[in-house]
Unconditional design. Structure first.
Ligand code: FPP
Ligand code: MG
Length: 298
């Protein structure tokens, strides 16, 4: 049924009646459609559900177009990002078009779903702003980092699951919590993969987070485990293009202090809670989605 969502997005794009936008959209790789999977598994495949998934995916795509401009990232999902291939102005406007068309369509689904999703986009934007601020200098503020993670990534997954529950009259609080935990764990694992995977597997440069200034949980934990001299060295690498040797130093320090295991177990705790919740509701497929996510290679 994911194909019904793809067709709905294509229909929305076609309605814009703009060949440039159509050709730009066709160049953007789709990704895993995780939010669609959650929505369809929770709510089946009525027209309203398909429309909700389509609007969420368009908002997600818009946010990544803007994010790649903000992060000056030139690769997305193994391909040149739109800002790299067509420039920042085009990437920003394409994001605005996807985002506003999604909002226009959202109005015809349900006022409550529109409320939940539009609030998530406010959170998304606040999260991105916080991410930019937190990346300016090295910090060890775990709470601020987790709040930003919730806003930037978990809020839209939370809203997707909650909206799906609203559409079919399921317990919205339970599904909201499931989406939140999954979203948080997803981003935590993303942060881990940035350290453990090579760039070919990632589809973007490896160890890029720290180079960009992002002090993710593993870096906060690493800092806490290092002695004074090592701390100074880690600080000297922040927001800097890393040499092979410096990258190796970070990786081996992470290994020595078992940082990846610590960060991974934190993500796993959130996923386990989500699995337990879904098993108690008899939602085997949703609990399997959570299991698959925590088992992503790393
Ligand atoms: C990726 O984070 C970024 C997000 C999940 C959210 C970005 C949100 C906005 C730009 C604001 C919302 C704007 C609109 C138009 C809806 P990341 O950089 O940590 O992950 P990455 O490695 O995948 O780039
Ligand atoms: Mg980014």
């Amino acid at each position: 049924m994911i194909s019904a969502v793809e067709r709905k997005i294509e229909q929305y794009i076609a309605e814009l009646d703009d060949s440039h936008v159509k050709s730009l959209y066709s160049k953007i790789p789709h990704g895993k459609r995780l939010r669609t999977k959650l929505i369809l598994k929770i709510a089946g495949s009525s027209l309203k559900v398909i429309k909700t998934a389509a609007t969420v995916e368009m908002i997600h795509a818009a946010s990544l177009l803007h994010d790649d401009v903000i992060d000056e990232a030139y690769q997305r999902r193994g391909k040149a990002s739109v800002n790299a291939s067509d420039g920042n102005k085009t990437a920003i406007m394409m994001g605005d078009i996807l985002y506003s068309k999604a909002f226009f369509e959202l109005n015809s689904i349900s006022p409550e779903v529109a409320r939940v999703i539009s609030n998530a986009v406010v959170q998304l934007s606040l999260g991105e702003l916080a991410d930019v601020e937190l990346s300016k200098k090295f910090h060890t503020n775990r709470d601020a980092y987790l709040k930003m993670l919730y806003q930037k990534t978990a809020s839209l997954m939370e809203a997707s699951a909650e909206s799906a529950a609203i559409l079919v009259g399921k317990n919205r609080q339970a599904y909201k919590k499931y989406g939140r935990n999954l979203g948080l764990a997803f981003q935590m694992i993303d942060d881990i993969l940035d350290i453990t995977q090579d760039s070919t597997t990632l589809g973007k440069p490896a160890l890029h987070d720290f180079e960009e200034g992002k002090v993710t949980l593993p870096y906060i934990y690493l800092f806490e485990s290092l002695d004074e001299k090592e701390r100074r060295f880690l600080l000297s690498l922040h927001r800097k293009n890393l040499t092979q040797k410096e990258a190796e130093w970070i990786k081996s320090a992470m290994k020595k202090h078992k940082i990846i295991e610590k960060a991974y177990s934190e993500a796993k705790e959130l996923v386990d809670e989500a699995i337990e919740l879904m098993e108690s509701l008899g939602e085997r497929d949703l609990s399997n989605i959570a299991k698959a996510m925590i088992e992503r290679a790393f």
